[in-house]
Design a protein around this ligand. Sequence first.
Ligand code: BGO
Length: 711
Amino acid sequence: MSRQYTIALAGNPNAGKTSVFNALTGARQHVGNYPGVTVEYKEGIAHHQGQAVEVVDLPGTYSLTAYSPEELVARNYLIGQRPDVVVDVVDASNLERNLYLAVQLMELGVPLVICLNMVDVAKTRGLKIDADKLSRLLGVPVVTTVARQNQGMKELLAAAVELAESEPEWRPLNISYGSDVDQGVDEVATILQGAQERRGLLSARWLAVKCLEGDQEVIERVRETPELAEKLLPVCDRVAGHIKNTMDDNPDSIIADYRYGYITGITRQVVSSEREVRMDLSDKLDQVLTHRLLGPLLLFAVLYGIYNFVFWASEVPVVLLENFFGWLGGAVEGALPPGLLRSLIVSGIIGGVGGVLGFAPLIAFMFFAIAIMEDSGYMARVAYIMDRVLRIFGLHGNSVMALMVGGGLSGGCAVPGVMATRTLKDPKARLATILTVPFMNCGAKLPVYSLLIAAFFAHRQAEMLFLLTLISWGLGLGAAKLLRVTLLRGEQAPFVMELPPYRAPTIKGLVIHTWERTWQYAKKAGTMILGVSVLMWAAMSFPGLPQEQDAAWQQRISAAPSAEARLELKSNRAQDELAGTIAGRAGRALTVLTNPLGFDWRANVALVGGFAAKEVIVSTLGVAYSLGEVDPEHSQSLSKRLAAEKGWNPLKAFSLIIFVMVYAPCLATVVMIRKETGTWRWALFSVGYNTLIAYLLALAVFQGGRALGLG
Ligand code: BGO
């Protein structure tokens, strides 16, 4: 005989919990008090097909915080006693508010059945609720009932027993609370992860959320282990302070907003009303911004506006910075004697890092625009709008966030993009999303585009970047669809799009968000990019010209009839020297493959370096072309140099842009894909998959363009 199951009844006050309890247990009830508190405790026995089931009536609560004794009693009972199933009695006529508790129960991870009660009242109010869809979206059984008339009670008990019989694991629901809180939660959860014995069976993430909500009960428990408290509490304070600074609100209210955002995402899909419903400002804005037709049109207009704004605002600072690095290079050139050291500083360090840092204003303005979209809540709407499109390509609604973070709006980064796929429950859709993220235009590709756009499409800068955004989405989605109909074929699971209420972003929050991300970019330029840039410089400087060859060049140069001819010869000598270096030889060896795409050996060298980090493409081109430069008096920016260079033209530039957009993800992303998929197989697959597609596309662009007489 199977053991006796325990079902705990939870619910908001007045949702009909007592009525459900009475209907299930009849007169077989026992009333007492929870130890130490004056909260009443009721339990009884229900019968399902001759099987006795214990039913425990928890105190009525709106939430699972530690603010009131009732909530604490309910929570501690669930955590301490771990009932087999929790039935949450939900008032269908007040669904949005009642689901708040349901979401919290799901975040805790309890095996849940929703009792959708008072459907009669909902009906008289003109509300229609699609219970099946609600069940699919939440991923839990939903049973409609009218407890007062005993309707649906048998079905409810059967659903609860069936779930108990499957001996379900606790599966905590992870919802996103916005990027600031999510990052904080991850940081705190990582510390808690190591402290298994203090967590008991609770998930580190749940405890982390509670710590950030300032939950006194959980914080007291942490304090019982002084070493843990010492590490954890200062981090919690710092994260809470940061959130307060950027969002001008406490973490607990932001978290509550996002829970309601999750609920709104559900109710929008399952509730329809025959009558006029009262709308707040968020609802009214959503009527326009998430409208089926208007929404996408406005989104396009917003994106287009952003690109125009970014180029307009960054034009002067980018030129100033470029000039500054040009001047700095010239000054060092004048101050140091010719030789390896001068070459290292001017070409390797200033040319390489300066080339990347020069784009910092552009990146900063892009981050500023992204911060406005994120902080206002519009980014969540973008996800909502894009969701319908994504489903066609076999991706998930939640994929949007990962793709956005990964550079869906130029300026993201694939590493957090790949990490952001963790909210996706469907493994195949998640894998497809992970493999699609590297197609997006991350912030590291932006300098490459900007360089080539400035050199070859100077009159259409914003339009070009807008076009590249559309192309990257198109290619990413196409590649995802290809995976979903071949290697990753399978059904799609339903999902919920969060719609948190709109907020007016604060200037302080926008500045902090912009600064944090720009600083990350600058730091990368100063460390990783600097290292790779010096390495690439070395590869492009050694072994240098053999002595007799050099002597022959010097002889020709000194015998040159005019200053102009001398300059030309000097330039040829520098190119000759470069071509003989380690990088030059590697680049030349690759030309067999890349000639049909229009790339010369210097572009090849840059592309190989770009595998370390895409910014390195710009810095390597900077080094390659500044090494070739022999006239420090007339030092030009790299884009001008490329525009004037023989063999470069708009078609070649476009072919290179497409290749850079798609080819192998950078090293950091490959490592992250390995981490998130748990195998090198997918990480290596993404290198091969992307490079192959990149090759075929660039080939089509270059050869197609040539056939059309474009280059
Ligand atoms: C009174 N439909 C309708 N229409 N009403 C329901 C349903 C349902 O499905 N389920 C419960 N109710 P509790 P909590 C009442 O008591 O179970 C009614 O707090 C009244 N009482 O009958 O107590 C239920 O345990 C006088 O209504 O909820 C009860 O969760 C006039 O919802 C109320 C009208 O149910 C709350 C109603 C003296």
